[in-house]
Design a protein around this ligand. Structure first.
Ligand code: ADP
Ligand code: MG
Length: 240
């Protein structure tokens, strides 16, 4: 579903992605771990080409992602992304937040888009908030709306970059529960998170990065019980 081949990227002198090779089959849930600054966010952002790369190729469902233009926009619409900050449109209602892109980009009718949006808002447990504005919701509710908004585009892949890091602790699980159910329904997912409970419960695969390179690629059991590298052991000793 997603394939990165020999992806390299610098920010000035900083070699932020080093020869990244990664194939993610459809339905796989990948948890991306690594110390702060190791390149996790940059890698997520390159997957839908929010970040230009210096060299290498990125394929989405077998299609080479072009560097720009209409084809890029079309392919990018297949990749949903949820960030740490919720990024909802502050001056739009919850329902409008979820229907906007399907109407504009997918050319759905308002009625169609609203029906789908309500189904998704039900699913993430915030349907009753449909006519409120983002600021009237809790952080956990806003993040669930952000997930519903991404899903409304019917993406093939979902990227999550520390989706619960900005939340109060009591709201973390309500967001993780939505992600776990999405994982169990077969969504292809790449998730950057410090929530090891999620990794153990939902991940098919753990990728550990350090200094812009993939250092380990293992199933969660293997990674958590017997990591190969000193870097990973050191990382785990700090977070577990
Ligand atoms: P992570 O998400 O693993 O914490 P990032 O991908 O955000 O790491 O960042 C990797 C490295 O690239 C860090 O050293 C960071 O400071 C640097 N970096 C990230 N974005 C930029 C940017 N736009 N310009 C310059 N350096 C950046
Ligand atoms: Mg990051």
């Amino acid at each position: 579903m997603v394939s990165l081949q020999h992806v390299d990227k610098h920010f000035g002198d900083l070699h932020v992605l080093r020869d990244i090779n990664l194939d993610i089959p459809a339905g796989q849930v990948v948890v991306l771990l690594g110390p702060s600054g190791s390149g996790k966010s940059t890698l997520c952002r390159t997957i839908n080409r929010l970040e230009p790369i210096d060299s290498g190729e990125i394929y989405l469902d077998g299609h080479l992602l072009p560097e720009e233009g209409r084809d890029l926009a079309a392919l990018r619409a297949e990749v949903g992304m949820v960030f740490q900050s919720f990024n909802l449109f502050a001056h739009k209602t919850i329902l409008e937040n979820v229907t906007l892109a399907p109407i504009k980009v997918r050319k759905k009718s308002k009625a169609q888009a609203e029906a789908k949006a309500m189904e998704l808002l039900e699913r993430v447990g915030v349907a009753a908030q449909r006519d409120k504005y983002p600021a009237q919701l809790s952080g956990g509710q806003q993040q669930r709306v952000a997930i519903a908004r991404s899903l409304a585009m019917e993406p093939r892949v979902m990227l999550f970059d520390e989706p619960t890091s900005a939340l109060d602790p009591e709201m973390v699980n309500e967001v993780l529960d939505v992600m776990v159910s999405l994982a169990h329904e077969g969504m292809t997912m790449v998730v950057v998170t410090h929530e090891m409970g999620f990794a153990r419960k939902a991940a098919d695969r753990v990728i550990f990065m350090a200094d812009g390179a993939i250092v380990e690629d293992a199933d969660p059991d293997t990674f958590f019980t017997s990591p190969d590298s000193d870097r990973a052991r050191d990382f785990l000793s700090k977070i577990l």
